[in-house]
Design a binder for this molecule. Structure first.
Ligand SMILES: *[C@@H]1O[C@H](CO)[C@@H](O)[C@H](O)[C@H]1NC(C)=O
Length: 305
Protein backbone atom coordinates (compact mmCIF):
# COMPACT_ATOMS: atom_id res chain seq x y z
CA UNK A 1 0.00 0.00 0.00
CA UNK A 2 1.39 3.37 -0.92
CA UNK A 3 1.46 5.96 1.77
CA UNK A 4 0.45 9.46 0.91
CA UNK A 5 1.27 12.81 2.47
CA UNK A 6 -1.70 14.87 3.34
CA UNK A 7 -1.38 18.67 3.08
CA UNK A 8 -3.97 20.46 5.10
CA UNK A 9 -5.02 23.68 3.44
CA UNK A 10 -7.59 24.57 5.99
CA UNK A 11 -10.32 24.23 3.48
CA UNK A 12 -9.71 21.10 1.48
CA UNK A 13 -7.15 18.30 1.60
CA UNK A 14 -4.89 17.72 -1.34
CA UNK A 15 -3.39 14.31 -1.76
CA UNK A 16 0.04 14.42 -3.31
CA UNK A 17 1.77 11.26 -4.27
CA UNK A 18 5.41 11.20 -3.05
CA UNK A 19 6.66 10.17 -6.47
CA UNK A 20 5.00 13.23 -8.02
CA UNK A 21 6.52 15.49 -5.37
CA UNK A 22 8.75 17.48 -7.69
CA UNK A 23 6.02 18.42 -10.14
CA UNK A 24 2.96 19.54 -8.22
CA UNK A 25 0.22 20.08 -10.75
CA UNK A 26 -1.10 23.46 -11.77
CA UNK A 27 -4.49 22.36 -10.51
CA UNK A 28 -3.03 21.65 -7.07
CA UNK A 29 -1.41 25.09 -6.92
CA UNK A 30 -4.64 26.75 -7.92
CA UNK A 31 -6.65 24.96 -5.30
CA UNK A 32 -4.01 25.99 -2.73
CA UNK A 33 -4.38 29.64 -3.77
CA UNK A 34 -8.16 29.41 -3.67
CA UNK A 35 -8.00 27.94 -0.16
CA UNK A 36 -5.69 30.76 0.98
CA UNK A 37 -8.01 33.42 -0.44
CA UNK A 38 -10.96 31.76 1.25
CA UNK A 39 -9.04 31.64 4.53
CA UNK A 40 -8.19 35.36 4.45
CA UNK A 41 -11.80 36.15 3.56
CA UNK A 42 -13.07 34.09 6.44
CA UNK A 43 -10.67 35.83 8.85
CA UNK A 44 -11.74 39.29 7.63
CA UNK A 45 -15.39 38.38 7.95
CA UNK A 46 -14.77 37.05 11.46
CA UNK A 47 -12.89 40.21 12.44
CA UNK A 48 -15.66 42.40 11.08
CA UNK A 49 -18.21 40.38 12.98
CA UNK A 50 -16.24 40.57 16.23
CA UNK A 51 -15.86 44.29 15.75
CA UNK A 52 -19.59 44.81 15.43
CA UNK A 53 -20.42 42.50 18.31
CA UNK A 54 -17.86 44.34 20.44
CA UNK A 55 -19.56 47.60 19.58
CA UNK A 56 -22.85 46.05 20.58
CA UNK A 57 -21.36 44.88 23.85
CA UNK A 58 -20.01 48.37 24.54
CA UNK A 59 -23.46 49.85 24.06
CA UNK A 60 -24.90 47.26 26.42
CA UNK A 61 -22.21 47.93 29.05
CA UNK A 62 -22.84 51.68 28.93
CA UNK A 63 -26.52 51.07 29.49
CA UNK A 64 -25.70 48.76 32.39
CA UNK A 65 -23.41 51.28 34.09
CA UNK A 66 -26.13 53.93 33.82
CA UNK A 67 -28.53 51.52 35.40
CA UNK A 68 -26.16 50.59 38.28
CA UNK A 69 -25.46 54.26 38.96
CA UNK A 70 -29.16 54.91 39.23
CA UNK A 71 -29.57 51.93 41.54
CA UNK A 72 -26.59 53.01 43.65
CA UNK A 73 -28.07 56.48 44.10
CA UNK A 74 -31.40 55.05 45.14
CA UNK A 75 -29.67 52.66 47.58
CA UNK A 76 -27.58 55.47 49.07
CA UNK A 77 -30.62 57.61 49.67
CA UNK A 78 -32.27 54.63 51.30
CA UNK A 79 -29.36 53.57 53.49
CA UNK A 80 -29.00 57.10 54.85
CA UNK A 81 -32.23 56.49 56.69
CA UNK A 82 -31.28 53.00 57.82
CA UNK A 83 -28.97 53.72 60.79
CA UNK A 84 -31.47 56.16 62.23
CA UNK A 85 -34.24 53.63 61.95
CA UNK A 86 -32.06 50.96 63.55
CA UNK A 87 -31.16 53.22 66.47
CA UNK A 88 -34.78 54.17 67.01
CA UNK A 89 -35.66 50.50 67.12
CA UNK A 90 -32.87 49.85 69.59
CA UNK A 91 -33.92 52.75 71.80
CA UNK A 92 -37.49 51.53 71.83
CA UNK A 93 -36.77 47.87 72.40
CA UNK A 94 -33.51 47.81 74.32
CA UNK A 95 -32.99 51.21 75.94
CA UNK A 96 -30.27 49.76 78.19
CA UNK A 97 -28.25 48.65 75.17
CA UNK A 98 -27.96 52.07 73.60
CA UNK A 99 -24.60 53.34 74.75
CA UNK A 100 -24.77 56.74 73.10
CA UNK A 101 -26.05 59.41 75.44
CA UNK A 102 -25.83 63.13 75.85
CA UNK A 103 -22.94 64.23 78.06
CA UNK A 104 -23.88 64.73 81.70
CA UNK A 105 -22.18 67.03 84.20
CA UNK A 106 -20.22 64.00 85.47
CA UNK A 107 -18.70 63.46 82.02
CA UNK A 108 -17.72 67.09 81.77
CA UNK A 109 -15.98 66.89 85.14
CA UNK A 110 -14.12 63.71 84.20
CA UNK A 111 -12.99 65.02 80.85
CA UNK A 112 -11.38 68.06 82.46
CA UNK A 113 -7.86 66.79 82.91
CA UNK A 114 -5.31 68.00 85.38
CA UNK A 115 -7.70 68.43 88.32
CA UNK A 116 -6.66 65.21 90.04
CA UNK A 117 -6.55 61.44 89.75
CA UNK A 118 -7.57 58.93 92.43
CA UNK A 119 -5.54 55.86 93.34
CA UNK A 120 -5.83 53.17 96.00
CA UNK A 121 -3.21 53.04 98.71
CA UNK A 122 -3.39 49.46 99.94
CA UNK A 123 -2.36 48.78 103.54
CA UNK A 124 -2.82 52.39 104.67
CA UNK A 125 -5.60 54.52 106.08
CA UNK A 126 -4.00 57.82 105.09
CA UNK A 127 -2.49 59.56 102.09
CA UNK A 128 0.81 61.41 101.97
CA UNK A 129 2.43 64.13 99.94
CA UNK A 130 1.56 67.81 99.48
CA UNK A 131 -0.76 67.24 96.52
CA UNK A 132 -2.58 64.30 98.07
CA UNK A 133 -6.01 64.34 99.60
CA UNK A 134 -7.83 61.50 101.37
CA UNK A 135 -11.12 60.74 99.62
CA UNK A 136 -12.04 57.94 102.01
CA UNK A 137 -10.45 55.01 103.76
CA UNK A 138 -11.72 51.62 104.72
CA UNK A 139 -11.18 47.93 104.45
CA UNK A 140 -9.76 45.76 101.73
CA UNK A 141 -12.36 43.22 100.66
CA UNK A 142 -12.62 40.25 98.35
CA UNK A 143 -13.98 36.72 97.96
CA UNK A 144 -13.79 34.02 100.66
CA UNK A 145 -10.49 32.19 100.34
CA UNK A 146 -12.10 28.77 99.79
CA UNK A 147 -14.86 29.92 97.43
CA UNK A 148 -14.57 29.06 93.77
CA UNK A 149 -16.22 32.31 92.68
CA UNK A 150 -17.00 35.77 93.96
CA UNK A 151 -15.26 39.10 93.30
CA UNK A 152 -12.14 38.70 91.20
CA UNK A 153 -10.30 41.69 92.60
CA UNK A 154 -9.56 43.36 95.91
CA UNK A 155 -11.81 46.35 96.53
CA UNK A 156 -11.55 49.18 99.03
CA UNK A 157 -14.80 49.28 101.03
CA UNK A 158 -15.76 52.54 102.75
CA UNK A 159 -15.12 52.60 106.50
CA UNK A 160 -18.47 54.27 107.22
CA UNK A 161 -20.99 52.11 105.44
CA UNK A 162 -24.49 53.39 104.72
CA UNK A 163 -27.45 51.19 103.84
CA UNK A 164 -30.57 52.10 101.93
CA UNK A 165 -33.06 53.15 104.61
CA UNK A 166 -35.68 50.42 104.96
CA UNK A 167 -34.68 48.73 101.71
CA UNK A 168 -32.75 45.65 102.80
CA UNK A 169 -33.54 42.11 103.84
CA UNK A 170 -31.77 40.77 106.91
CA UNK A 171 -30.03 37.43 106.52
CA UNK A 172 -28.26 35.89 103.55
CA UNK A 173 -30.47 35.56 100.48
CA UNK A 174 -28.07 36.44 97.66
CA UNK A 175 -25.19 34.41 96.31
CA UNK A 176 -22.46 37.03 96.19
CA UNK A 177 -20.44 38.14 99.19
CA UNK A 178 -17.59 40.36 100.25
CA UNK A 179 -15.16 39.40 103.00
CA UNK A 180 -12.35 41.27 104.67
CA UNK A 181 -8.74 40.56 103.70
CA UNK A 182 -6.29 38.90 106.04
CA UNK A 183 -2.50 38.96 105.80
CA UNK A 184 -1.55 35.29 105.83
CA UNK A 185 2.24 35.39 105.67
CA UNK A 186 3.93 34.45 108.94
CA UNK A 187 6.54 36.50 110.82
CA UNK A 188 9.15 36.22 108.06
CA UNK A 189 7.61 39.34 106.44
CA UNK A 190 8.35 41.45 109.55
CA UNK A 191 11.92 42.01 108.36
CA UNK A 192 10.72 43.13 104.93
CA UNK A 193 8.11 45.74 105.86
CA UNK A 194 8.65 48.90 107.87
CA UNK A 195 6.31 48.23 110.81
CA UNK A 196 6.70 51.61 112.52
CA UNK A 197 3.03 52.48 111.88
CA UNK A 198 1.41 49.25 113.05
CA UNK A 199 1.50 50.25 116.74
CA UNK A 200 3.52 47.22 117.65
CA UNK A 201 1.38 44.75 115.74
CA UNK A 202 2.75 42.31 113.23
CA UNK A 203 1.19 41.98 109.81
CA UNK A 204 0.35 38.33 110.21
CA UNK A 205 -3.33 37.54 110.64
CA UNK A 206 -4.33 41.20 110.66
CA UNK A 207 -6.92 42.74 108.39
CA UNK A 208 -5.72 45.09 105.66
CA UNK A 209 -6.85 48.73 105.51
CA UNK A 210 -6.90 50.87 102.39
CA UNK A 211 -7.27 54.53 101.39
CA UNK A 212 -8.52 56.23 98.27
CA UNK A 213 -6.25 59.19 97.67
CA UNK A 214 -6.67 62.02 95.21
CA UNK A 215 -3.46 63.24 93.59
CA UNK A 216 -4.35 66.85 92.80
CA UNK A 217 -3.19 68.53 89.57
CA UNK A 218 -2.52 65.16 88.00
CA UNK A 219 -4.41 63.18 85.43
CA UNK A 220 -2.65 59.81 85.22
CA UNK A 221 -1.81 57.11 87.69
CA UNK A 222 0.16 53.96 87.16
CA UNK A 223 1.17 51.00 89.30
CA UNK A 224 4.44 49.46 88.14
CA UNK A 225 5.18 45.93 89.34
CA UNK A 226 8.90 45.28 89.70
CA UNK A 227 10.03 48.88 90.27
CA UNK A 228 10.47 51.19 93.26
CA UNK A 229 11.05 54.38 91.27
CA UNK A 230 8.88 56.21 88.77
CA UNK A 231 9.65 57.10 85.16
CA UNK A 232 11.05 60.60 84.52
CA UNK A 233 8.47 63.29 85.12
CA UNK A 234 6.18 61.08 87.21
CA UNK A 235 5.62 61.57 90.94
CA UNK A 236 6.07 58.65 93.32
CA UNK A 237 3.02 58.25 95.54
CA UNK A 238 4.15 55.18 97.46
CA UNK A 239 6.28 52.08 97.15
CA UNK A 240 5.29 48.64 98.29
CA UNK A 241 5.19 44.94 97.62
CA UNK A 242 2.97 43.01 95.28
CA UNK A 243 0.56 40.84 97.22
CA UNK A 244 -2.17 38.49 96.09
CA UNK A 245 -3.97 35.30 96.91
CA UNK A 246 -2.33 31.90 96.80
CA UNK A 247 -1.60 30.07 93.55
CA UNK A 248 -3.36 27.10 95.14
CA UNK A 249 -6.49 29.15 95.88
CA UNK A 250 -9.86 28.08 94.51
CA UNK A 251 -10.46 31.38 92.75
CA UNK A 252 -8.31 34.08 91.17
CA UNK A 253 -7.88 37.73 92.15
CA UNK A 254 -5.75 40.48 90.66
CA UNK A 255 -2.73 41.21 92.88
CA UNK A 256 -2.33 44.61 94.55
CA UNK A 257 0.51 46.90 95.55
CA UNK A 258 0.60 47.02 99.40
CA UNK A 259 2.44 49.92 101.04
CA UNK A 260 5.84 48.86 102.40
CA UNK A 261 5.19 51.01 105.48
CA UNK A 262 1.77 49.56 106.24
CA UNK A 263 -0.85 49.91 108.91
CA UNK A 264 -3.25 47.23 110.06
CA UNK A 265 -6.91 47.39 111.02
CA UNK A 266 -6.58 47.65 114.83
CA UNK A 267 -7.98 44.81 116.89
CA UNK A 268 -8.20 42.32 114.05
CA UNK A 269 -5.40 39.99 115.10
CA UNK A 270 -6.16 36.28 114.84
CA UNK A 271 -7.39 33.94 112.20
CA UNK A 272 -10.69 35.25 110.82
CA UNK A 273 -10.34 33.95 107.26
CA UNK A 274 -12.08 35.90 104.52
CA UNK A 275 -9.90 36.70 101.52
CA UNK A 276 -6.18 36.02 101.88
CA UNK A 277 -3.17 38.08 101.00
CA UNK A 278 0.33 36.68 100.43
CA UNK A 279 3.60 38.15 99.25
CA UNK A 280 4.13 37.68 95.52
CA UNK A 281 7.46 36.17 94.49
CA UNK A 282 8.62 35.82 90.91
CA UNK A 283 9.69 32.50 89.44
CA UNK A 284 11.79 31.93 86.35
CA UNK A 285 9.38 30.15 84.02
CA UNK A 286 9.13 32.41 80.95
CA UNK A 287 10.55 35.35 82.92
CA UNK A 288 14.16 36.30 82.26
CA UNK A 289 16.31 35.30 85.23
CA UNK A 290 18.17 37.61 85.45
CA UNK A 291 17.21 40.40 85.88
CA UNK A 292 14.44 38.62 87.80
CA UNK A 293 15.57 36.50 90.71
CA UNK A 294 13.58 33.42 91.59
CA UNK A 295 11.94 33.61 94.99
CA UNK A 296 12.45 37.32 95.63
CA UNK A 297 9.52 39.38 96.81
CA UNK A 298 8.38 41.67 94.01
CA UNK A 299 8.30 45.39 94.76
CA UNK A 300 5.95 47.91 93.19
CA UNK A 301 5.45 51.65 92.95
CA UNK A 302 2.40 53.83 92.35
CA UNK A 303 3.16 56.90 90.23
CA UNK A 304 1.10 59.87 89.08
CA UNK A 305 1.59 62.40 86.30
C1 LIG B 1 -20.85 58.24 108.63
O1 LIG B 1 -21.78 58.65 107.63
C2 LIG B 1 -22.95 59.23 108.16
C3 LIG B 1 -23.91 59.45 106.99
O2 LIG B 1 -23.29 60.09 105.91
C4 LIG B 1 -22.60 60.53 108.85
O3 LIG B 1 -23.75 61.12 109.36
C5 LIG B 1 -21.61 60.23 109.94
O4 LIG B 1 -21.16 61.42 110.52
C6 LIG B 1 -20.42 59.47 109.41
N1 LIG B 1 -19.58 59.03 110.51
C7 LIG B 1 -18.29 59.26 110.53
C8 LIG B 1 -17.55 58.75 111.74
O5 LIG B 1 -17.71 59.84 109.65
Amino acid sequence: MKSSTKFSSGYKSVNVRPDAYGKISFFGLLSCLAAAVLCVGCAMLYALNTNSSMRLMQVKLTAMSHWTARFENRYRRHSNDLPLKKEEDLANNFPHRLSRRSPSSDDVQLSTTGTGVPYVRWGRRDCSGPSNELVYNGYAAGAYYSHTGGPSQYLCLHNNVTYSAGRYQEGFQGLSRFYGVECRDSSWVSSIFDLSLTEGASLSLHSVPCAICLARQRSNQLMIPGRDTCPDGWTKEYTGYMMGNAYSAKHTTSPICVDDKPQVVPGTEGEQHGEYLYMVETDCHSLPCEPYIAGRELVCVVCTL
